[in-house]
Design a protein around this ligand. Structure first.
Ligand code: GLU
Length: 424
């Protein structure tokens, strides 16, 4: 997952953007860039590799502006080069976009736009967004052009846009990956994750799925993709910034390895009766009748969560005698799997935002199959999309290589097996 930051307010924008990107470094990235608007023009700096390379590029050739956006990229389409690093621009260079996710139909859109005379300079899927918005600009504002463009794009994406021709405005869009809007005093932020803005504000709104935020210095309006106003709830983040920091360890991963006993305790305790040993999984909104009707469990996950799924297969098959298949969500979503009425789908994802797992789960839901999820991040897309599920309660996992979340995932799968045990 890449990092996104946007800022509009009276602070010096470049340090705010760089600082925000630094707080998101833990997600992993291959290149970075920022764009700011100053004096009616866009200024942009990008760099392959570490954030320090970008900082050096800015020192060598300084930029300043009134507001802007920044991005750390984790390439999906196009090599990790400076040219492919975000932000990307339209033909005029006045519309700027940063993007998390994948535009599935970008090749069709690119061909169409090229035929209409648009010139592409990168290998990314993201660049089509800038050109589409350019084509859809009709003098009624960036948000309207963005809405028209959105209707043509397939995939899962978070986008943040600015245009020098519609100054003083940042437009953020969410279809899948998260976007958080931070509200300050005469200033606003957008980001892909809370740590990026926590040192500036604790008042945040999590943008809902298929919603748009139009952010200005004096406030934010929230709408759906059709421009209809939606209600937004401001939440006060109680996270201590230290919780998202390394707490004295050299690396997040090291810290999280040592947190495993506590994480496993937090996952399991409170769900087991100390007297009877019976397991209670209140969030599993699945009835005994539904449980008894299960003929096959398909576990869908990616990466480390997929390995937890393999452990789950052993645990569940051994005791419940129900066949379990463990599938990579990225493969599953693109084939035409054979699914019967007795099938239940169990998605596993630490972040709850793994794009392939989310897409596969949504597809199964659409076909009418019961879905369950095991996630760590409360309120995440997969957790909310599934019919029922279990949270890990393992605390924030910052290390990209999963440790304590894996242990807790195995803990939850063992509880599932025990749940079967007691219901027999
Ligand atoms: N698909 C886009 C790219 O390859 C965005 C990748 C990301 O989420 O960082 O540039």
């Amino acid at each position: 997952m890449c990092g996104i930051i946007g800022y509009i307010g009276s602070k010096d924008v470049v340090p705010v953007l760089i600082d925000g990107l630094r707080k998101l470094e833990y997600r992993g990235y291959d290149s970075a860039g920022i764009a700011v608007v100053a004096g009616g023009a866009v200024a942009l700096r990008r760099s392959a590799g570490k954030l320090s390379n970008l900082e050096r590029a800015i020192v060598a050739d300084p930029i300043a502006g009134d507001y802007g956006v920044g991005h750390t990229r984790w390439a999906t389409h196009g090599r990790p080069t400076e040219e492919n690093a975000h932000p990307h621009r339209d033909c005029t260079g006045r519309i700027v976009v940063v993007h998390n996710g994948i535009i599935e139909n970008y090749l069709d859109l690119k061909r169409e736009l090229q035929q209409q005379g648009h010139r592409f300079v990168t290998e990314t899927d993201t660049e089509i967004v800038a050109h589409l918005v350019e084509r859809e600009m009709r003098g009624d504002g960036l948000e309207h052009a963005a809405r028209r463009a959105l209707m043509l794009m397939r995939g899962l994406f978070a986008l943040v846009l600015i245009s020098a021709d519609d100054p003083g405005k940042i437009v953020a869009v969410r279809k899948g990956p998260p976007i958080v809007v931070g509200l300050g005093d005469g200033e606003c932020f957008v980001a892909s994750d809370i740590p990026a803005i926590l040192s500036h504000t604790r008042d945040v709104v999590f943008l809902g799925d298929e919603e748009m935020a139009v952010v200005t210095r004096s406030g934010v309006t929230f709408t759906d993709f059709f421009g209809r106003p939606v209600s937004a709830t401001t939440q006060r983040v109680l996270w201590d910034p230290i919780m998202a920091e390394k707490a004295g360890y050299k690396h997040f991963m090291l810290k999280e390895i040592f947190e495993q006993p506590a994480a496993a305790r937090d996952t399991i305790l409170g769900r087991i009766s100390q007297d009877t040993g019976r397991v209670f999984l209140e969030e599993m909104t699945i009835t005994d009748a539904q449980l008894a009707a299960i003929e096959r469990v398909t576990i869908l996950a990616c990466g480390t969560s997929w390995h937890a799924g393999l452990v789950g297969k052993f645990l569940i098959e051994q005791l419940a005698r129900v066949p379990v298949e463990v599938d990579l969500a990225s493969e599953y979503r693109y084939r035409d799997p054979i699914i019967g009425p007795g099938d239940v789908l169990l998605a596993i994802s630490q972040s709850g935002e793994t794009a392939d797992t989310l897409a596969a789960l949504r597809e199964m839901k659409r076909k009418g199959h019961p879905t369950l999820a095991i996630c760590n991040v409360v309120g995440s897309s997969i957790a909310t999309a599934a019919d029922g599920g279990i949270y890990l309660h393992a605390g924030p996992e910052i290390g990209v290589a999963s440790t304590k979340a894996f242990t807790s995932q195995c803990g939850v799968l063992a509880l599932l097996r025990s749940e079967e045990d007691t219901s027999e």
